[in-house]
Design a protein around this ligand. Sequence first.
Ligand code: 13P
Length: 250
Amino acid sequence: MRQPLVAGNWKMNGSLEGVKALLVGIKAGIGTVARAEVAVCPPTVFIPEAQAALQGTSIAWGGQDVSVHASGAYTGEIAGSMLKDLGCKYVIIGHSERRTYHAESDALVAEKFAAALHASLIPIFCVGETLEQREQGITEQVVGRQVDAVIERGGVDMLNKGVVAYEPVWAIGTGRTATPEQAQDVHAFIRGRIAAHSAEVAQSIRILYGGSMKPDNAAELLAKPDIDGGLIGGAALKATDFLAICAAAN
Ligand code: 13P
């Protein structure tokens, strides 16, 4: 049985005061969430706030990106060991916003996957097609290639140490969510792709859905057999909405 994971990706939102209030709100309501694992990924500079607020609770925290380098002259980059120093459990890698705005390739994302593991962080590895690619009918080709890049880099056993997040780019921040059937189809495809290497890993690995998941559509998405949780953007910025999604994952 795969334990659901609901992770909030706060992206580049918030202020010191706002983050503190959000953490208080999430902490106050989390008592009702029993089965699902819950995590938040604040902007890097606010991770110490998450650490201070969430230490000793059941809520984990993580980063939104990691450098492929361990240390050195890489201005602006954050090493995995630094996230680990701040108590992070997870780190998001390969988010479509990184792939698009920072030209991150499949190969670079696979390197980041390895770098995260090297720092004992659990990568939340994002994959997903653009609207154009979906309309061209090449969703499986694109997502398959993204998944294969990590398997080629470190084998299916490396992939197994992370969590996959399927985020159709056209559903991110658009309010246009994938239907539960559309999402389930791609999740089943990803699991099948992994099963070609290891049936065991395919069965155990968690595959989250991300893209306009909200309190009013979370339950039907999460009811699908291959959807093991959510990676939440906009709705993770409001404690009551985020908690409602966490509750739907139970
Ligand atoms: P939204 O939930 O705002 O669509 O964002 C999803 C996402 O990109 C999470 O990583």
